[in-house]
Design a binder for this molecule. Structure first.
Ligand SMILES: [Zn+2]
Length: 310
């Protein structure tokens, strides 16, 4: 699966070795070329001019907020210039009409693909800091280190690192048919791939088979990895698979799904086309899929068009 999907393809050099050098990170804050992306309540500031883009700004006007302890994270370096994300929640949202704070899910399909990937990095990290202010081991307030990539406990000396939550998402396939489910929170007739969080001590393949079995009672054999996608709500890594279904009789887990069904390949192709054309009417009973921003859409599209197979 060689194509790059939404939130993938981050162009920044993360400088993971150098960012441990506090003096070097501090020098970037003094560099007038340095750019900062403000996030207001996790909504990135977006600029509408000739194109819609992340509203990168010079750092100097944000200095009082930074000195006041707002979270600042070094996202990376590109062409010699440093890029930071800033939790600007306490600041006013500018009202010049060209810049707005926009939900990341809404903004992502409107901006350049590489910028959407940077946005995923920024949103996940700012959110992580907001939720992890105290040492998980001893409860002491922790402090930011390594350009925002570590929280250090001044008391017990523990280091805490940003979390990534792996999710397996899969299309179970039996011959020319594929298994799709409809969740409780999805509007109308919106179907999708089955998915679930991995558990400790589990392989990816076992997680795929377990989730399909739990949600639909379908047993799976072979599992093939396709591609992954960062999903910054708050910090998931979606890992996409095809799975070989060995059985056909569906019994849904009512806690997870309203229904699950087998769809023929040409039906899936039609659903992909409808989803790509825009959000369906929530009242419709015509089955649809998530839009192209979601890896579920891409897995279905590629299988339906014969690009990927088991
Ligand atoms: Zn501690």
């Amino acid at each position: 699966m060689e194509e790059i999907y939404c939130f993938a393809g981050n162009p920044l050099d993360r400088v993971s070795q150098r960012r441990q050098d506090a003096g070097w990170v501090a020098s970037l804050l003094e560099d007038p070329a340095t750019q900062v992306l403000p996030l207001h309540g996790l909504k990135p500031q977006i600029r509408h001019s000739s194109a819609t883009a992340l509203d990168w700004q010079s750092l100097a006007p944000w200095r009082p907020l930074i000195d006041n302890g707002s979270t600042l994270v070094l996202l990376g370096i590109r062409e010699g210039r440093a890029y930071f994300a800033l939790d600007a929640t306490p600041a006013e949202i500018p009202s010049d009409g060209n810049s707005v704070a926009m939900d990341a899910r809404t903004a992502a399909p409107l901006i350049d693909g590489g910028e959407a990937a940077i946005l995923a990095e920024a949103r996940s990290l700012i959110d992580w800091h907001d939720r992890h202010r105290f040492c998980a081991r001893c409860g002491t307030p922790s402090v930011v280190a390594s350009g925002g990539w570590v929280r250090h406990c001044p008391d017990c000396k523990a280091h805490h690192f940003p979390r990534v939550d792996p999710v397996v998402i899969m299309l179970a396939v039996r011959g020319e048919r594929a298994l799709l489910g409809r969740g409780r929170r999805r509007p109308g007739a919106r179907f999708s791939c089955l998915a679930g969080f991995m558990e400790p001590g589990e392989t990816l393949e076992d997680a795929v088979r377990r989730e399909v079995r739990e949600e639909s009672d379908i047993r799976c054999g072979r599992v093939r990895y396709l591609a992954s996608q960062p999903w910054p709500f708050p910090s998931t890594l979606m890992m996409g698979f095809l799975a070989e279904a060995l059985t056909e009789e569906i019994t849904v887990d009512p806690e997870e799904l309203v229904e699950a069904r087998w769809f023929a390949r040409d039906e899936v192709r039609d659903m992909v086309a409808r989803a790509a054309a825009g959000d369906p009417d929530p009242a419709t009973t015509v089955p649809s899929l998530p839009g192209p921003v979601a890896i579920a859409h891409q897995i279905c599209r590629r299988w339906a068009n014969g690009v990927d197979s088991l």
